[in-house]
Design a protein around this ligand. Structure first.
Ligand SMILES: [Zn+2]
Length: 208
């Protein structure tokens, strides 16, 4: 545990943060933007290490079209979730971040062929880490706290290994490319050295 204030125990995709901002204000398709723009969040002056951002991998993230819906659908089903595929160019129900990111409503995750695999897992993991009593009422914004946000990021990395053609290393690289911000500079550093709280949260919920 690093001796930083709790406010800096933050990974990037804070729905809690976004509660104060209209979703429309959020960059909708980070890979199409200049690096740096996508990281323009209040975290930049806190946990995020801007000097490391130049090292971020600039590659195309893996999409559902690349691995198909079958394996993700089976993985989600094993965790009590349903994956619904959405037609190309159709709106994605329950989508908080804007298409092509995945959407969530109750126990259902919605995604298109152009939805990044990391996004599908991220939103699915939000449903898994949420208080089970709350899941049925979840619509669009699944996150309840920064604690859940971190646990979600951790679990999505773990579950990536269950998807052939994806896996942990690609998940970490895609998270960096997409603009997830971690105070240690990259997803792998956070996952390996700064995620004790997330691990403890998931173990307490029986998810690890
Ligand atoms: Zn999130």
């Amino acid at each position: 545990m690093l001796p930083l204030p709790a406010a800096e125990q933050v990974s990037r995709r804070s729905h809690a943060l976004r509660m104060n901002a209209a979703p429309e204000a959020i960059p909708l398709d980070p890979p199409s933007q200049a690096k740096g723009e996508e990281n323009r969040t209040p975290f930049q002056g806190k946990g995020v290490a801007p000097q490391a951002r130049g090292d971020a991998v600039t590659h195309e993230v893996l999409r559902l079209a690349d691995i198909g819906f079958d394996a993700p659908r089976a993985l989600l089903a094993r965790h009590g979730l349903e994956l619904v595929s959405v037609a190309d160019d159709a709106p994605i129900p329950g989508c908080f971040w804007g298409e092509p990111e995945a959407g969530v409503i109750a126990s259902t995750v919605y995604a298109r062929a152009d939805t990044p695999v990391h996004s599908l897992l991220h939103e699915a993991c939000h449903l898994l880490v949420a208080d089970p009593a709350r899941r049925a009422s979840i619509h669009t914004n699944a996150s309840d706290s920064l604690e859940e946000e971190d646990a979600t990021c951790y679990l999505q990395i773990v579950l990536a290994d269950a998807l052939p053609g994806f896996g942990r290393a690609r998940a970490l690289a895609d998270m960096d490319a997409w603009g997830y911000s971690f105070r240690l500079g990259c997803a792998r550093a956070w996952f390996e050295h700064d995620a004790e709280d997330a691990r403890a949260f998931l173990k307490a919920r029986g998810l690890l």
